[in-house]
Design a protein around this ligand. Sequence first.
Ligand code: SF4
Length: 390
Amino acid sequence: MLVTDRSRILAFQRCPRQRYLAYHYDGTGIQRKGLSVPLVTGSMVHKGLELLLTGHTLSEALTIVLNDYDSTVQSRGFNLDNLNKGGDMMRQISHTYQEQRALVEGLIRVFDVYGKPLLLREYDVISVEGEINVPLAQGLTFMSRPDGVLRNKETGQIFSLSFKTASQFSRETHLAGQVDMQGKSESWAVQQQFPDEFIGGVQMFYLLKGRRKEEANGLYVQASGLVRPWFSEKNQSYAHTYYFKNPQTGSNSNIGTTYKPFNVWERSFGSFGQGVAGWVEMMRHGRVQPALGNPFKAFIEMPQPYYRNQAEIDEWMESVQAQEADVIDRLSVVEKNPNALIPLFPKHTDRCNDYGGCTFYGVCHQGEQFDNFVRREPHHTLETEIQCQN
Ligand code: SF4
């Protein structure tokens, strides 16, 4: 059985060589041994949110996720290739390990106190992380796994839920979400699962983790008020946001140079508690920049849902059916003649440096061999079953 999914389809559109290496090389595709920092953080946060939506307590969810984080990072390590190139690598690894662990915990805690009530005010949760496998074309199955399926409390319409960990939520993020393939592919897949229901579209839900940036000391840090906020010895006060709109004047302002950044996981917040738990509690009690209102809005954004458009879904379907049939044909040619890889899965080099750099940059441009790669782990149950059969 041949399978595809959203990630594969997008990989081919980004760069055919990336699609081949990630999903087809050596039968399964390959991935780096070391974990990508954004990917491990995103997948751990997803897991925590899923646990909270399926009846686990915050304490249970954090225990499961942070244990998983520790064992995953200890077994595979971070891929820090694009961080601290000339600096102190051990210091960077130690910082990133603790920082990303704190970020995972912080985003799960903020979802528990603010995000989950926000979501449940509008929706009932029908299912979480359910796998949907539907025929896309003759002999080709499309695998989909929405983060959740929701029912709008007011209209009764069904929406798929998509959690996104993003550095920030901007106008561009919103515009990109409106045309994101997920709005079409998941609306279509969920419709196949619930043929008698009206599918409204996709509800995206953003967990904002800030950008990674290099500080003056050469260390790469996550610029997030959740893990690296500011304290002013002079004012004896904390801040979660450096730049803000002055509520009185409406003008752009900042907290000033007396505030210095610190690591949340290393600090005690008195009666509010230690580390991330204490920091989130302190914010929850309105003790951090109270004039700016709800501090958790800096870390969570739930935009209006993206409503489905049947004409766009039909067009998407027709185009991906043609694309995936073409990919299958190209693969069968490359299987017989490896030299056909160059014309049939060309390198689209304008995408090599997107999102911190393509994981295959060394292979494509620096003569790197495949020693630092392992077989790609399947993301869907159906893929696992197929691999076990082969
Ligand atoms: S490094 Fe560039 S050419 Fe190579 S797979 Fe990645 S995006 Fe494609």
